[in-house]
Design a binder for this molecule. Structure first.
Ligand code: FAD
Length: 207
């Protein structure tokens, strides 16, 4: 049996969102169809294979599909292994997530900026001080599919997604310096690292 998540165990959970709505990238993903994972998820699809390996071992494609299946989401994989909701509508994915956490009593707070502790997310700025990158042009923001960079992985334990220097804090998704190929790998990383962080929080919190 899968380990229940914190809200399912009765923990009070508050979602703090800087914007006025949650899940905007989910809605934009996969040309608004939400390519939520890939049947070929494996460490070598990411730029940090050693870091992602234990997370993917605990939460692979079938685990993510089971997670969403439990929430009532039906999915299919195309010929290239990209997984979409059968509705071909990204809002189906966001809807099942929001219905579940409304059911569990998760509180949403919007336009709330989280202040992250500088020591856990500090960048190696001296090493970058002399870097010069000529800008030759920009694309449209909607063309950008993933944000590169993020918190340095050396500061995190990949087994728990917890910073090595702070207890009770976890990171998941794009805030970590992990990038995957296009095709569902980046959303997979967001779900999988979030699920592993949740399990770690349950273990640490003794719930
Ligand atoms: C147009 C587009 C298409 C994409 N298509 C795909 C695809 O088909 N398949 C795929 O796998 N990936 C795709 N991606 C990438 C994927 O959407 C991201 O990798 C994924 O959403 C990352 O999830 P996340 O939760 O880490 O970050 P986000 O989805 O960016 O969520 C972070 C949330 O935190 C909020 N936030 C940020 N800073 C703060 C703060 N200081 N305080 C409080 N809240 C804050 C943001 O407003 C946002 O709501 C696409 C991305 C884009 C932009």
């Amino acid at each position: 049996m899968r380990q229940p998540s914190r809200p399912r165990l009765g923990a009070a959970v508050t979602l703090l969102e800087a914007g006025s709505r949650v899940g905007q990238n989910i809605l934009a993903s996969g040309s608004r169809r939400c390519n939520l994972t890939h049947t070929g998820v494996a460490p070598d699809a990411y730029d940090a294979p050693e870091f992602v390996a234990p997370v993917l071992a605990e939460c692979g494609c079938q685990d993510v599909l089971a997670f969403f299946g439990d929430l009532g989401l039906l999915t299919y994989a195309d010929d290239e292994g990209r997984v979409y909701p059968v509705t071909n509508a990204a809002n189906s994915v966001l809807d099942v997530l929001r219905l579940e956490y409304a059911h569990l009593g998760v509180v949403e707070r919007f336009e709330f900026e989280v202040a992250l502790p500088g020591h856990t997310l500090s960048l190696d700025t001296p090493a970058l001080a002399h870097l010069r990158l000529p800008v030759t042009g920009t694309g449209y923001a909607v063309q950008a599919q993933v944000t590169r960079g993020g918190a340095q992985l050396a500061g995190f334990d990949p087994a728990t997604i917890a910073p090595r220097v702070a207890r009770g804090v976890f990171a998941a998704g794009e805030v970590l310096d992990v990038d995957g190929r296009c095709g569902g790998f980046n959303l997979h990383w967001a779900w999988a690292s979030g699920i592993v962080a949740d399990k770690s929080a349950v273990r640490q919190g003794g719930l």
